[in-house]
Design a protein around this ligand. Structure first.
Ligand code: C2E
Ligand code: CA
Ligand code: CA
Length: 537
């Protein structure tokens, strides 16, 4: 059988499923991988942020304690105060100095070695709690730093923390395009930062921060903000960029190649399986039945004494879509093996029934014989025949005969077969043995079927041309047997006049073969039938 991949591809289900087998595993793999990588990244960011914040809070706790003590102890800027300030500066890492500020930021007391004067950064006197500035340049120490301070009745107590120290605190490794920020509610003056701090990020953190005072971390596509529980104005923000689909998959290229080749393998195996299935004979027959492609062709049975057509055998032809007509040798065995023969017989018989019904006037004393596979003759066959007659009321049992074909009857089907035949026989239908003299349809069948007629196989008719052959001897024996049993015999495959003459001399009067007419479509059969009738008249 000619097969084509194109037909498999046209089979939409196969194609869609093939594509799904190809794409789905890859898509699932990509999605899962990207989700895992993104989630891992988010977890890492949450960890870094909260660790940084915790460390910062510990420092602030210490500073807060120190500033409260200084607040309590400060009376005058005397030597004991300065000593105390030195002691604190020494004990607390990263602290450069302590100061007490009076009105207008005037420095009242400080353990700075430099001149007193005015503190360079405006500090708020409003809140009675720990506050801090962003990173600023402090000329008195010649460095950048952050002022951490508290308000008291005696003025402001301030500590200066070196920016370099705060930077050291941010130990986490961050990517080139990311940034980690210590924030105190003012995006223009960050406490400390690591990495690039694009203005758009700062705007975003300002917005998010002012929107809610909620403690839970704020998570956006590229921003993670964790607010301090003890110091509500303080937060750590992490700006990041999630790796793109392509970037992640680039790192997973080996796994992706493996999954892709497995999916491709799966998809191709599926298509190969479907290809094989779609082109297997049973599946093709199934499609052929679905599209009503099986047609009855008719070959006349001729009374060789008068050349008159007395009947016709129905031989199935398959008008396969896009193919030439197929002959029974190609599909009957597969149809029998799969049980599809039942549906096939029913489809052909229905079309034959319609034909007979339409042409009933023409075929008044004429019969049509239908081939039946013995293993599929059962109650359903009886019902199918009854239905056919019910639908086409002009068909009578004289118009219809059955030929039991050569393939052997299984012992398990024997009773069902016998019952069905008995029932149809009672209704007046005749049964014949096909291919008589060959294989299984020999004498064993005789007792089961008690045939009304015999079809003498073409093999024996051909043997007429070789009188020395064994088949010719067998032919003579079969003819004798038929005569003594007084059976109606039809010779199959009569191709020459020599064969016809021998048959007639040996009292076989009915023949079928190319000498008279090969099997034709019902339409051509009607024409040929009328033509031969006119010839005889
Ligand atoms: P069969 O019942 O013995 O049918 C006779 C076969 O011989 C037919 O072949 C017919 O076309 C061919 N034939 C007729 N005259 C000549 C001739 O002069 N010379 C030669 N060489 N051949 C000739 P076909 O149609 O190919 O059918 C083959 C077999 O398929 C049939 O053998 C029959 O056993 C089976 N078959 C056909 N249609 C059906 C059907 O509808 N149902 C069942 N169960 N079997 C069928
Ligand atoms: Ca036959
Ligand atoms: Ca035959």
């Amino acid at each position: 059988m000619k097969v084509s991949w194109l037909n498999t591809i046209r089979d939409r289900i196969s194609l869609w499923l093939g594509l799904i087998f190809l794409i789905l595993p890859i898509a699932i793999y990509c999605l899962v991988t990207v989700t895992i990588v993104h989630n891992q990244k988010r977890e890492t960011i949450a960890d870094i942020t909260s660790e940084t914040l915790t460390e910062f809070e510990i420092i602030l706790d210490h500073l807060n304690g120190a500033l409260i003590n200084l607040q309590i102890q400060f009376e005058h800027c005397d030597i004991s105060t300065l000593n105390y300030m030195h002691k604190l500066s020494f004990e607390l890492p990263g602290i450069e100095a302590f100061l007490v500020l009076g009105e207008n930021n005037a420095i009242l007391c400080s353990n700075w070695l430099h001149d007193l004067g005015q503190f360079p950064v405006a500090l708020s006197h409003r809140h009675n709690r720990l506050q801090l500035t962003g990173e600023v340049y402090i000329p008195q120490i010649g460095k950048r730093g952050v002022a951490v301070y508290r308000t008291s009745s005696k003025g402001l107590v301030v500590s200066i923390m070196a920016s370099a120290y705060l930077k050291q605190l941010m130990t986490a490794q961050i990517q080139a395009n990311e940034s980690l920020v210590l924030y105190n509610g003012n995006a223009e003056q960050l406490v400390a930062s690591k990495g690039l701090t694009a203005p758009s990020f700062l705007e975003l953190i300002q917005q998010e921060f002012s929107r809610t005072l909620d403690l839970p971390p704020i998570q956006r596509d590229n921003l993670f903000v964790q607010r301090s529980e003890h110091y509500p104005e303080i937060a750590v923000a992490y700006f990041f960029k999630l790796a793109s689909f392509i970037e992640i998959l680039k790192d997973q290229i080996l796994e992706l190649a493996l999954i892709s080749s497995l999916s491709l393998g799966g998809s191709l195996s599926w298509l190969a399986y479907r290809h094989q299935k779609v082109h297997s004979m049973p599946y093709q027959i199934h499609l052929g039945l679905k599209h009503h492609e099986f047609e009855p062709y008719l070959q006349p049975v001729v009374d060789m004494r008068s050349n008159q057509w007395v009947g016709a055998e129905c031989l199935t032809r398959w008008h396969r879509h896009g193919h030439t007509v197929a002959f029974p040798d190609e599909f009957i065995v597969a149809a029998e093996d799969t049980g599809l023969i039942k549906e096939l017989t029913a489809q052909v018989a229905e079309k034959l029934g319609n034909y007979i019904d339409q042409q009933a006037d023409k075929f008044s004393s004429f019969y049509f014989s239908v081939n039946l596979s013995p293993n599929f003759i059962d109650q359903a066959t009886v019902e199918a025949v009854e239905q056919m007659v019910a639908k086409s009321p002009r068909i009578s049992p004289e118009n219809l005969r059955f030929e039991i074909t050569e393939r052997g009857l299984n012992a398990t089907n024997k009773n069902v077969f016998q019952d069905a035949i008995d029932k149809l026989r009672k209704q007046g239908y005749l049964f014949g043995l096909d291919d008589f003299g060959t294989g299984q349809s020999g004498l064993e069948y005789f007792s089961n079927i008690e045939p009304d007629f015999l079809k003498l196989d073409r093999r024996f008719v051909t043997a007429i041309d070789t009188p020395e052959s064994v088949d010719f001897l067998l032919l003579k024996t079969i003819v004798q047997l038929a005569k003594s049993l007084k059976l109606f015999v039809i010779a199959e495959g009569v191709e020459t006049e020599t064969q016809q003459n021998w048959l007639l001399e040996n009292s076989i009067f009915y023949g079928q073969g190319w000498l008279f007419q090969s099997a034709t479509s019902t339409k051509d059969f009607s024409k040929a039938y009328s033509a031969q009738k006119n010839q005889i008249i």
